[in-house]
Design a binder for this molecule. Structure first.
Ligand SMILES: [Zn+2]
Length: 80
């Protein structure tokens, strides 16, 4: 019996590399604001998120902040 390495479950981030910023349109999105549920959401990269988040908190009906993904280290299970 080998000793198994402790694994940390991956954080279930909702935004992924396919989600791009609607502000600068090229960077990966780490935040999403729903301004009006009937309309599509707006995605923001870390830079644009920080630039607009104060205003978004006033007008958005829902905010998804995944900027922690930039500073979270995910330990991969390579034993499988
Ligand atoms: Zn941006």
């Amino acid at each position: 019996m080998g000793k198994r390495a402790e694994t940390i479950p991956p954080v279930p981030w909702i935004l992924n590399a396919a989600d791009r910023c609607d502000g600068c349109s090229h960077a990966r999105a780490y935040g999403r604001a729903t301004i009006n549920p009937a309309k599509s959401d707006l995605n923001f990269c870390y830079h644009c998120w920080n630039r607009h988040v104060a205003r978004l908190r006033e007008v958005a009906v829902d905010l998804l902040d995944e900027t922690d993904a930039l500073t979270t280290v995910t330990k991969l299970d390579v034993s499988a």
